[in-house]
Write a protein that binds this ligand. Structure first.
Ligand code: ZN
Length: 308
């Protein structure tokens, strides 16, 4: 073979190798927050074409026999990269995909796990919420990312009405379905053997909490979570892990400020416009995305609390 043809052949191999490398989803960095519990930290942004909706903390828990994915990601790319990350860390099969709630940044990577034939796990109310809102979530994500990249959710096949246990072999995850709080379909996971609570969006750290369920309910659920035998928690948004229950302090303060200030305003006969202008302003500067969400939170909480 001439030197030139050899060079061309080598270049061809390079191109093939290059295109294969581009096509295969790349694992992303994860933090092992406790033995066998891996978390990918999301960015503190809303979904955009640039971030592929990889904005939530997602990850997986490895047992002796099987793996549970906890939130399959915010888009097809996010889900495929999570799946590649699982495969890079362990050869055990993905038996469960837990969906902590209906928000798209947590579940639109679900379709990436179809080939694993896992049990898709969710709160008993999750299926109904997805029937109501799923099409709207899909359209919004398709508008941002395009149809090919938006991904899709899977309907839950195991519904949790109160509690459930997932046995991964040598490790049993305790799931709990909550009353209305961040949403009306929040699910948390306790790994008792490492004292780790996967709080998902019942815990926001650094990024301002978003109320899509009940302010009073969230404070109640948070108080119950703080009493669990856990020394660390995985927030749905924030660092991969925080000490528990100390890591709940900022969120509890923010939610309490909203409740206290709205109740004070209601006692004076104040209206919702005044509430949106005034309530929670002492918290500005303490949270990322405060201006994007505080007004919405106050609106939702005012409507809830005015009927107390
Ligand atoms: Zn959420």
């Amino acid at each position: 073979m001439s030197r030139r043809r050899l060079a061309a052949a080598v270049a061809g191999v390079w191109l093939v190798a290059g295109s294969v490398a581009l096509a295969a989803p790349l694992p992303f960095p994860v933090t092992e927050v406790a033995s066998g519990i891996f978390v990918r930290q999301g960015v503190h942004q809303d979904a955009t074409a640039e971030n592929d909706d990889a904005i939530a903390n997602i990850g997986f828990i490895v047992g002796l026999d099987a793996v549970a994915v906890v939130d399959p990601g915010g888009s097809l790319d996010d889900g495929e990269r999570l799946r590649a990350t699982v495969q890079a860390k362990t050869d055990r099969p993905i038996r469960y995909v837990v969906m902590t709630h209906a928000h798209p940044d947590h579940i639109f990577g679900g379709i990436a796990f179809m080939a694993d034939h896992p049990v898709f796990v969710g709160h008993a109310r999750l299926a109904g919420v997805l029937i109501d809102r799923g099409e709207y979530y899909r359209k919004r994500l398709v508008d941002l990312l395009g149809r090919d990249r938006a991904g899709d959710y899977e309907m839950p096949t195991l519904l949790v009405t109160d509690t459930a246990a997932l046995d991964l072999g040598g490790r049993v995850l305790e799931l709990q379905a909550h009353g209305a709080a961040h949403t009306d379909n929040d699910l948390t996971i306790l790994d008792r053997q490492t004292g780790t609570l996967w709080a998902a969006d019942l815990l926001f750290v650094d990024r301002v909490p978003a109320i899509d369920g009940s302010l009073a309910g969230w404070l109640k659920e948070l108080a119950a979570l703080k009493a669990l035998p856990a020394t660390r928690a995985v927030p749905g948004h924030g660092p991969p892990v925080v000490p528990w229950p100390a890591g709940a302090a900022d969120e509890e303060r923010y939610l309490t400020v909203l409740a206290t200030e709205i109740r004070a305003l209601l006692a004076k006969g104040g209206d919702i416009e005044t509430a949106v202008e005034q309530v929670g302003l002492g918290e500005r500067g303490k949270w990322q995305l405060f201006d994007e969400y505080n007004g919405r939170n106050v609106t939702a909480a005012f409507k809830e609390l005015e009927w107390d």
